[in-house]
Every structure is written in C-alpha cells, then in structure tokens.
Design a protein around this ligand. Structure first.
Ligand code: NOJ
Length: 746
C-alpha cells in the first residue's frame, strides 16, 4: 500500500535539507501561505484555486471527497511556484466512517491497547479519503459534566487521560508517520479549555500555574512524548490571556521547556477572536499576538495572510519567527511523506467498514460500557429462561444517535443497533415487544407511554434504552440540567410500577445525574455513545456473552450543585466524613448557628459523588488480598514494588481494572487526597487468582511545588489498591533522602 502517486519530488535535493532549501527560496508571502489554513468550501471555487496557485494555502480543513482533494494537491504541486503539497485536516475524533465509542467512553475502557487500535482504524479509514491530519486527541482535563465537550474528553484524571491520549497518538501516527495509512495527531486544546466556567463552552477559565502544571498539562506532555506532530490552541481565555495569544503556553512551556518541534494550529477563528475577547484591538494586532505566542498556523480566519507581511516589514514580528513556524509546518509535511506522495489512491487501502474494523469497534464498545448497578444479579439475562423481552426507549434502534458527537463521516447505515442485535440473539427463542415510549430523548410528549407500558406488561423482562441524543453533547452543546432529558424519568417511573425486572442502558455523551433514575431499575449499564457496533456490544453484555469491565473515567455527581466533584480533590482543613455529615432533614428548626464540628459537605447532597471515579461492576466478583510491598522506605534512587492478589470467586470470567492510588501526606503545597498512579487490566477465569504488581519510582511521586518547580519530596505516602477510587486496602511507605534517614524514621 502506498500513499500513491509516484510524482517525483518537486524539489531537487542537493546538500541542504528539503525544508531548508524551500525556506531559502520562499517569498515572505509564500511563507505566510504555509501558515494559513483554509476552511473547505465544498469544492474548488476560483478564489481557492487561485490562492493555491499563488502558494497561499498551507492547509485545508473539512474538505472531503478524494477526487477533489487529489485535484487540490495537483494544483498545489503542479501549478504553484514551489509545488509544496497541502496538508488536509479533518476532525477524526473517534473513528472516521466506522465509529468507535466517544472518547470519554474509550477512556472508560481503561485499556490503552483497545484505544490505540481504534485510532489506528480511524487513521486508515481517513487516510483512504485523503486526510493527513486529525484534530485529536482532545486531552483537556474536565471536572464538569455540564460541559458538552466532556464527551470528547478523556475524563477528570491526568494519569488516565495521559495513558489514553498517548495511545490515541500512537494509533493515529504509528511508528512511522510516512506510512500511508497513518495520519498526524493534534493534542488539543492547549490549554485549560476543560475548565470552562460553569461548564459553558468557550467561557473564561481561571487556573493557577500550579494547577496547570500538576493537573492540566500532564496529558499534553504525554501526547508530546508519544510523538504528537501538532498541537491546537484553545478558544478559552486563560487567566486573562486567551490561549491563542498566550506566550506562556505555546512558547515558554511548549517550546522552551518541552522542546516541542511540531507545529501549533489555532482553533477555528480563534486568532480573530482575540479581538472579541478584548485582548487585541484589531486584526493586525490579533495576528501579531498569535504569531508572537508561536501559534504557527491560523485556522479559518485570515489575519495572518492579511497582516503578517506588514508586521514583518515594520519589524514588529521577527523574520526568524516566521521561518521557525514555516520550518515546523514543512517538517510535518515531510514526515508525512507528502512531498513524495501527495495523492491518495483509495484502491490501495482495505475498504472502510471491513469486518476487521468492525471487530475493533465492537471490542472498544464492549470494554467502554460501565455496569453501575446490578441488583439481584438481574444481568446477565438468561436466554433459556426469558420468554418475552420488552425493548423500550428512543435509543433502542437509532444508529445515528448511537454514534454520538463528531461523526461527520460516520456511516449511519453501518450502525448496528441494540434492537437489531437483540433480535438476532433472540432468534425464535423468545418474543420481543418493542416501543419507543418517547419520540426523542428530549420529547415531552407522553403519547407513547401507553404503548410502552403495554409492551412492558407483556414481557417478563424490560430493557430500556434511554439517555441523550448525540446533539445534546459536543462542542457548544452544554446543559445546566443533566438529568435524563424530557420525560424519560417519568416513563421509567411508570414502567417501574409494573414490578418487572427492568434494566436501563444509558447512552449519553456525559455523566448524567442518575440519583432518581437508578431507583426505577434493577440494573443500569452506561454505554456512552458506543459507536457503529454499539448494538452487538451491548447485546453481548446483556446476555452474558461478554462481561462488563469498563470503569468510570469521571465521577458521577448526584446532582448538579455538587459540580465540580472529583476524586483527586484537596483535603481542606475540615474534610467531610460520614460521622461529620448532617443531612438537611436532620437539622432541627430554629437550630442555633454553629460551625463547630461541621465539615466540607452540602447539607442536601453530602460530600460523595453518586458513583466514584474508577467505579464499575462486573458479573464476576473480585477479591483483593495479600497486599505486600517490597520496602517500607526507599530512596530517590530506588523503586518500590507493591503487589496484591486478585481472586475471582464467581462463576463468570471477567476482567478487572486494578487501580493504584497514592497520597502524599504533607507537601510543599497541599496534595490531592488521592492520585491515580497506575492501573492494570487483568482477565480472570472463574476461581482464578492473579498476582498484580505495581512499581513506583520516585519520579512518579514528583509534583510542581509552590514555586512551580518540579520536585521529588521525601516524606510519608499512603497508598491503596482496588477496583475504584474508594479502594480501602492499602498501606504506607516513606520516600527518604538517604539511608541514614531510614534509621531516623525507624
Ligand atoms: C473547533 C473545535 O474547537 C476544534 O476542536 C476542532 O478541531 C475545530 N473546530 C475544527 O473543526
């Protein structure tokens, strides 16, 4: 397979590298052209053709159609003065035509290998259509499920998001970016976007440098270390300096400290939005600010094309900065092999949506589902016992909605829905009664209730498919009320009155508040938006042909007022506990005001989420014992090993994600009450026991101190090992400066 076309290189290489040679021959205008990304215009209108010929288009995004893209390349290669190919970008976020679960769902698999495979499939499918560059992964840490883009995120934890983010980068890019079936990744949005105030997209973010370094930056750094070719800035205003004009972010941290040598693209119009933010007075100043912050390519708006030339002539932007930006852009094009193979020949790729790709999508969907509740072991369903099943809800049979957000190229017809898959499982063995109940998840019309109740009445077991349509999450789709939308809770309540064994499968782009909902059902499985193969994956899980193994990548609040609620919080001076909590209903009327004995809780919601980070049930059951550690204390040159035995006493085969949490008891700055430091997924047969081991190196315990310096600080640490962030089995160790200190500690 090749990226096709055997056009000889447009540039004769002698002693200089191709990139240096080009830079030495480019006019300033052509350089600015490389720094400009045009939005696709649905074809090749004359203005685009002319701009390409003049060398003014470095990149195009969201232009589809392989023939059009090849023609665009032909114009660039054959008709522009220097023949520099164009890099084609597209939002390939969780699949191209074969959709994987939404990124938040993929994070719930806690399985970097599965995530990497999904990105590999996405890359191959997209490359077949002439795409060279995806705007993924989005590794913005977020603690706010109101924010629509939580769907595209990898959750609340820097460690998990780092492992999943780097897996995506590896999957998209492979080991060699010039392989025709690989595409360049883009770690976005640098940085802080996920902290949008009140979960309102594009809103202001206020994050201390220390928080940036300890929580927000690590997944970006992990993507960089995994080789991410590009970064994208954020729309947001970070502490008064919008990310697209923020020298601290894109120059000081990304380039000076981290030595990133790929290129940075702005977000859509985010350069021109510097004016709207109230940061730049006009387009020229906006362009200057962005270039000065080392934002190399401008997406969509054209302030660079229109202003950089005069800014350079006026010596307000140094020429070296332009050359640096162009060098970074051309180098990525070179790494992609675009100079050798600018054209795409789809026939040289496997067809999209092939069986292998579908298997990857199915496995990803299976591993992303999180079992939240399973009273009386309602699940798995027993095919031999069921006589009739009711399948109810607006999301039982809707391929489009199950794909989720960011699915421009996803093929609805390829989607296999839960209803189709359940019918297949049923064959002639049991009856299925189907009703939608409500037309859409948002609908307030209750006309369908009667039919749904009737279907449920006829069945011995009821499976409800509810949640959120795809459009209720994603960019610019934030919600203030994150209960099941519409009248879905009411329908559930009516069905629950029948006293049937009821299972709820939730498909949604965010954690919903399920405190009320969960009481209406025996079992609840969270399937996120599971993608093309969501149906067969869910059906396998429901009928026990697969066992749920997903774990929450984000805490689920009981109610909106608890947000932000996340596991790795700081302790405060008055941490809440079950002993210190007083419920609002238990406070006597006319009670005298006192704060003594009170702690950090909400009187009406307590202090815990509904479901904690890392939580997820299985049909199997896991016991942890025999915890041991290689040392009680270790020096900065040593490693400590923690081991535990995990046993599956159940009759089901299952996979457990064993998690390691650490607490730095006292620090130069206060430290989180718990931090995820490792996880391992282990498969256990019935009756099987496996030894799971974690190694902790001193640098795993490092953090940025009050001067924002990375330190490894000796001291006492607690640790816990278990199946979620509330794990109780644990111990402690000391990190010591040297062995003498060991004696002092003894
Ligand atoms: C805006 C989004 O914020 C960004 O993530 C995306 O990649 C671009 N638009 C391009 O579509």
């Amino acid at each position: 397979m090749t990226r096709s076309a055997t056009k000889s290189s447009p540039v004769e290489l002698e002693t200089k590298s191709r990139v240096d040679d080009l830079i030495s021959r480019m006019t300033l205008r052509e350089k600015i052209g490389q720094m400009t990304q045009f939005a696709g215009q649905g074809g090749i209108p004359n203005n685009l053709r002319e701009s390409i010929k003049k060398g003014l288009v470095g990149s195009i995004l969201n232009q589809v159609g392989v023939d059009t893209l090849n023609e665009i390349q032909r114009i660039a290669v054959d008709e522009s003065r220097l023949g520099i190919p164009i890099i084609i970008g597209r939002d390939v976020i969780h699949g191209f035509q074969t959709m994987m679960p939404i990124p938040l769902g993929q994070a719930a698999s806690w399985n970097p290998k599965v995530v990497e495979k999904g990105a590999e499939v996405a890359a191959a499918e997209a490359a077949r259509y002439g795409v060279h560059w995806t705007f993924a992964p989005m590794v913005d840490i977020t603690r706010d499920p109101r924010w629509g883009r939580i769907a595209e995120s990898l959750g609340e934890d820097p460690f998990l998001a780092s492992r999943v983010g780097e897996a995506m980068v590896k999957g998209f890019q492979g080991k060699d970016l010039s392989q025709p079936d690989r595409i360049a990744a883009c770690a976005k949005h640098f940085a802080g976007y996920g902290y949008s105030e009140a979960g309102r997209d594009y809103a202001y973010v206020n994050i201390s440098e220390n928080e940036l370094r300890n929580i927000v930056f690590p997944p970006f750094k992990a993507c960089l270390d995994a080789g991410a070719a590009t970064f994208m800035t954020a729309f947001s205003d970070l502490n008064g300096v919008p990310a697209t004009g923020n020298e601290f972010l894109t120059k000081r941290v990304l380039r000076d400290e981290w030595k990133f040598d790929g290129f940075v693209v702005s977000d859509w119009d985010s350069v021109i939005q510097l004016i709207t933010h109230g940061f730049s007075e006009n387009e020229k100043e906006a362009a200057r600010e962005a270039v000065q912050a080392w934002v190399d390519m401008e997406m969509a708006s054209r302030t660079y094309l229109q202003n950089i030339e005069s800014l350079v002539k006026e010596e307000r932007i140094p020429m070296e900065n332009i050359d640096r930006a162009v060098r970074a852009i051309l180098s990525v094009k070179e790494k992609l092999g675009l100079f050798e193979r600018p054209y795409t020949n789809p026939e040289l790729f496997p067809v999209n949506g092939n069986e292998k790709y579908m298997d990857v999508a199915k496995e990803a969907a299976i591993q992303s589902c999180v079992l939240l509740k399973n009273d009386y072991q309602t699940l798995p369903l027993n095919r031999d016992k069921i006589k009739s099943l009711a399948v109810i809800g607006p999301l039982a049979d809707d391929g489009f909605e199950q794909m989720g957000t960011w699915t421009f190229d996803g093929v609805e017809e390829w989607c296999q829905t839960p209803l189709q898959a359940i019918r297949e499982k049923a064959g002639d063995e049991f009856e299925i009664h189907v009703a939608k109940g409500v037309d859409t998840t948002r609908s307030k019309d209750k006309h369908g209730f009667a039919e749904a109740i009737d279907a449920a009445r006829k069945a011995d077991t009821v499976v409800m498919f509810m949640g959120e349509e795809a459009i209720l999450s994603g960019e610019a789709h934030c919600r203030a009320d994150i209960d099941l939308p519409g009248v879905q809770n009411e329908l559930l309540r009516e069905i629950s009155k029948l006293g049937k064994s009821t299972i709820l499968v939730v498909m949604a782009g965010r954690p919903l508040t399920l405190d009320q909902t969960r009481h209406y059902v025996n079992s609840m499985m969270y399937a996120w938006h599971p993608g093309t193969m969501g149906g067969p994956a869910i059906a396998d899980l429901l009928f026990g042909d697969a066992t749920p193994s997903g774990k929450l990548p984000v805490s689920f609040p009981k109610m909106v007022g608890q947000i932000p609620i996340y596991y790795n919080q700081r302790n405060s001076g008055k941490p809440a506990s079950h002993d210190s909590f007083t419920h609002i209903d238990h406070i006597p009327s006319r009670a005298t005001q006192t704060s003594v004995g009170n702690t950090a809780f909400h009187m009406d919601a307590g202090f815990e989420p509904l479901y904690p980070f890392g939580f997820g049930l299985s049909y199997a059951h896991f016991e942890y014992y025999n915890l041991r550690q290689s040392k009680d204390s270790f020096t900065k040159k040593e490693t400590i090993e923690i081991q535990v035995d995990v046993h599956n006493p159940s009759r089901y085969q299952g996979a457990e994600v064993v998690q390691l949490y650490v607490r730095d008891v006292a620090g130069n700055i206060t430290r989180p009450v718990k931090e995820l430091k490792g996880f391992k997924r282990v498969n256990l047969d019935p009756g099987e026991t496996k030894n799971v081991s974690f190694k902790i190196k001193p640098r795993d315990l490092s953090f940025y101190d009050r001067n924002n310096k990375l330190i490894i600080e000796p001291g006492l640490f607690y640790f816990w090992v278990g199946g979620n962030s509330n794990a109780e089995l644990g111990g402690k160790f000391h990190l010591i400066e040297n062995l003498d200190q060991n004696q002092n500690n003894a």
